[in-house]
Design a protein around this ligand. Structure first.
Ligand code: SF4
Length: 229
């Protein structure tokens, strides 16, 4: 089959499921290429492009958000907008090098609603999350992160189950087949939405505290010779 292309060649049809698009011997590069033509749900009509994950092939840490935002949709890269800059700051303050982290989302196209001239984030629904999931599962299988962190309720509930509550369980490590250490914290965009400077500062401090727990697990895995980038 063509490199990174659809089985049997040609453009995918609308609604064609992701497993039909996966290369026989997937690599991050060929899967990214295949995802760029995905039409498995209707979001391909709304977003500018598929925003696939980015980072080292064998990153020890994978961060999974909800979906690309406005800036990410235009750039074609995850976490490059205002929330991404906050994430950079949080990682730096927790002592984690973002260059060694694989960042991605549960949904790869930007879902938005028009408001005047602006494109406002709209939450992906269960069908869209489920349709897009094979891309994320393939990323996890290829990268094999030592630590996986869900950012926000959408990612946490998609990957850890509906009963997982980020508000109560953030920073807790839970048993999962996805990676040896799996946890969740808030999405950095929620810190941007906090009302008032004091609230934003407090939310940022809690976010950094959660990331510091992640840094401890990463340091432990390096000492025990676990996943590296
Ligand atoms: S959101 Fe995911 S499943 Fe839907 S078209 Fe985009 S890449 Fe495909």
């Amino acid at each position: 089959m063509p490199r990174g292309g659809k089985r049997g060649g040609g453009e995918p049809k609308p609604g064609e499921p992701i497993p039909d698009l996966l290369p026989d011997h997937p690599t991050l590069e060929t899967v990214r290429e295949a995802a760029s033509t995905c039409k498995a749900c209707d979001l391909y009509k709304r977003g500018t492009q598929t925003v696939f994950g980015e980072g080292p092939r064998k990153a020890a840490l994978m961060l999974v958000g909800e979906q690309p935002g406005d800036a990410e949709d235009l750039a074609g890269q995850p976490f490059v907008g205002p929330a991404g800059r906050l994430l950079d700051r949080g990682l730096e303050e927790a002592g984690i090098d973002r260059g060694l982290v694989y960042v991605t989302n549960v949904v790869k196209h930007f879902k938005w609603e028009p408001r005047g001239k602006r494109r406002i984030h709209a939450k992906p629904n269960a069908a869209e999350i489920s349709a897009c999931r094979p891309w994320l599962e393939t990323e996890i299988a290829l990268v094999k992160p030592r630590v996986l962190v869900c950012l926000g309720a959408t990612a946490a509930q998609a990957l850890l189950g509906k009963s997982f509550k980020v508000s109560r369980q953030r920073g807790e490590f839970v048993a999962s087949t996805m990676a040896p250490f799996v946890t969740a914290t808030v999405h950095p965009s929620s810190i941007l939405r906090a009302q008032g400077e004091d609230a934003r500062r407090a939310e940022m401090a809690r976010f950094i505290a959660d990331l510091k727990k992640v840094a401890v697990q990463l340091a432990g895995s390096r000492r025990s010779g676990g996943g590296s980038s």
